[in-house]
Design a protein around this ligand. Structure first.
Ligand code: ADP
Ligand code: MG
Length: 592
């Protein structure tokens, strides 16, 4: 065969291979076009996972009659004119390839009416060939229907996943764009059923509720310029003009994989390993190994500082100052975490004697009432997150902040409480749960100062010299928290009383634990040190694994946990419970 130039339609199909990988890629390109056209409302209609039909309707600018056909040519765009424009891209599209590529592998019908024109245009294109073009009456904006995707590329068709998979890809794409563009109204239907809608004209927080549901959204914390503020930007990173905003999950909310970390750079959804890692790293010591946050992070940089022209699908970007962007993201997320109430995390378990006294202080809140309500406990029903976020939702901890009413089944291994909720099983770590309860109790009481219990005998406690200085420095906080402690001199402290919660805990062990914590270091803020000490007190006071508890004690823990604000994690960020839904059980037993 002689060397020859391929016909345009073949070349277009080859190029399409890069841009149009699957139905979701078509949706992405069409969404981006609608957004570039200034749409305020975008409706996406999908049939059979997008193979049969993808129809995107927008109320954007529309396309002038005499430009409709050329829009389908390769490298035709109204977004850039010269190569130098590539350095300052403000739009999502700029390659002028999407419509041409899509039209080369499907049957496309476009109806569009430009803002300044009385009538609209309807064109039909099949595998790059224009079949018809006519003047029609039409609403302002553009409706583009892509039918029978890959009808002329059997090889591609074969590689398409099941309808369900394609549907999930599309939902997760649409919900992500809805979050990035809260002002725009999105509506997604699949086979005639409404899958997702956002109200438009709103704030990101409201769209988070549309996407993840109220309970999950409630556990998301704002990441914002106001928080990264000028103070923290300081002089270390004066160069980068990077702005970070968005939302990220509180420690109690996590997922089993990183797919719920969504990144937008200048309004463009990107998959960037480095930035994803920056978010994960911000959670170091806060989330357990193998757990990942839910995050939606928007990065804004001057267009000249980012190259979006790395990949045909524009899913990858290259930053001029990669490290600045990385650290800006990491610091912004970390700051949101530290500012949140649950943020501080430390490690280390101290062996301590029995904690019955702390347990005794738990009141079985409304126990009888709770148990009577149990059978019809509809209030405890799980909130299913909307379709967009269902992908790999192998959550162990439930996303709910609050627990349903639980029936205590018993204790196993002298360490765990087994409990039953409406259609689900909970396995609760008694120590972690008790720690969480005490923590919230003490945090609530700390303003008035914690009750003290005088020791029968004054105890002398020795600590290493460098820790003595720290203890001395923070002795005021300790006193406020219920320690009657004095600096005796040198490295010795005398203790005459301790927080009542600590009961018969050895004063030396308690004080030394606190001194160790102080030495390991916390931020300079007094509040944080106080919290650190409270955490230590809770850890010391909480029941330990290995303690056999009575049914009443088990119930007391569970009842209090039900009333807890963040029942799913201990103050250190570790989970207090594992959770098995009836559905998971049925699946495990092959009932489904
Ligand atoms: P690009 O988006 O890279 O410019 P496309 O092939 O996606 O290339 O689209 C070609 C052109 O068609 C766009 O530059 C734009 O002018 C026009 N266009 C496509 N979709 C729309 C739409 N929904 N509303 C208005 N104009 C559109
Ligand atoms: Mg485009």
């Amino acid at each position: 065969m002689r060397i020859h130039v391929l016909p345009e339609s073949v070349a277009a199909q080859i190029a399409a291979g890069e841009v149009v990988e699957r139905p979701a890629s078509v949706v992405k390109e069409l969404l981006e076009n609608a957004l570039d056209a200034g749409a305020q409302s975008i409706a996406i209609e999908v049939r059979q996972g997008g193979r049969r039909l993808i129809r995107v309707s927008d109320d954007g600018s529309g396309i002038p009659t005499d430009e409709v056909q050329v829009a389908f040519h390769r490298h035709s765009t109204n977004k850039i004119t010269s190569a130098s424009d590539l350095d300052a891209i403000q739009t999502l599209g700029f390659r002028g390839e999407a419509l041409a590529s899509i039209a080369s592998v499907s049957q496309v019908t476009m109806v569009t009416r430009f803002a300044g024109e009385m009538a609209g245009t309807r064109v039909r294109i099949e595998g790059s060939h224009i079949v018809s073009s006519e003047t029609v009456g039409a609403a302002l904006g553009t409706v583009i229907a892509v039918e029978n995707l890959f009808f002329n590329v059997p090889a591609r068709l074969k590689f398409l996943r099941t309808k369900g998979t394609e549907k999930r890809h599309i939902s997760s794409l649409v919900t992500r764009y809805a979050m990035a563009y809260p002002a725009v109204r999105f509506r997604l239907t699949h086979d005639g059923r409404l899958v997702f809608r956002s109200a438009g004209g709103s704030q990101l927080k409201e769209v988070l509720i549309d996407v993840y549901g109220l309970e999950t959204a409630r556990q998301m914390m704002e990441v914002g310029d106001s928080k990264t503020g000028d103070a923290s930007r300081g002089t270390e990173h004066p160069a980068a003009d990077v702005r970070v905003s968005g939302y990220t999950s509180a420690p109690a909310l996590s997922r089993a994989n990183r797919s719920h970390i969504t990144l937008f750079v200048n309004g463009r959804w990107v998959q960037d390993q480095g930035l994803t890692f920056a978010v994960i790293q911000a959670y170091q010591t806060i989330l357990m190994k193998g757990r990942y946050p839910v995050a939606l992070i928007m990065v804004a940089v001057p267009p000249a500082d980012v190259d979006v022209h790395v990949h045909p699908t524009k899913a990858e970007v290259r930053f001029r100052e990669k490290r600045d962007v990385f650290s800006a993201v990491q610091r912004a997320v970390r700051r949101a975490l530290v500012d949140s109430d649950d943020g501080r995390a430390t490690r280390g378990e101290s062996a301590a004697p029995g904690a019955r006294s702390a347990l005794a202080s738990l009141q079985p809140v409304a126990r009888f009432q709770a148990e009577m309500e149990l059978p019809g406990a509809a209030a405890g029903q799980r909130l299913e997150p909307s379709q967009g976020s269902t992908e790999s939702l192998q959550t162990i901890a439930s996303e709910k902040a609050k627990l349903p009413l639980l029936r205590v089944v018993g204790q196993v291994g002298a360490a765990y409480i087994v409990a039953e909720g409406p259609g689900e099983i909970f396995l609760i770590d008694q120590h972690a749960a008790h720690e969480r309860i005490l923590y919230e109790q003490l945090m609530a009481q700390r303003e008035e100062g914690l009750p003290t219990q005088t020791l029968l005998e004054t105890a002398a406690v020795e600590v290493p010299p460098h820790e003595a200085a720290l203890l001395e420095e923070h002795i005021g906080v300790l006193r406020r928290l219920g320690f009657m402690i004095e600096h005796f001199g040198g490295t010795t402290f005398t203790v005459r009383g301790m927080p009542a919660l600590l009961g018969d805990v050895d004063p030396a062990a308690a004080i030394q634990g606190i001194a160790d914590d102080l030495e390991r270091g916390v931020g300079p803020m007094q509040k944080t040190i106080e919290k650190q000490i409270i955490m230590r007190v809770c850890q010391t006071a909480a029941v330990k694994a290995g303690q056999v508890l009575t049914q009443q004690e088990l119930s007391a823990i569970v009842r209090r946990l039900e009333g807890s604000e963040s029942p799913h994690t201990c103050p250190h960020g570790r989970p207090t419970m594992l959770h098995l839904s009836a559905e998971q059980l049925a699946r495990q037993f092959g009932r489904r």
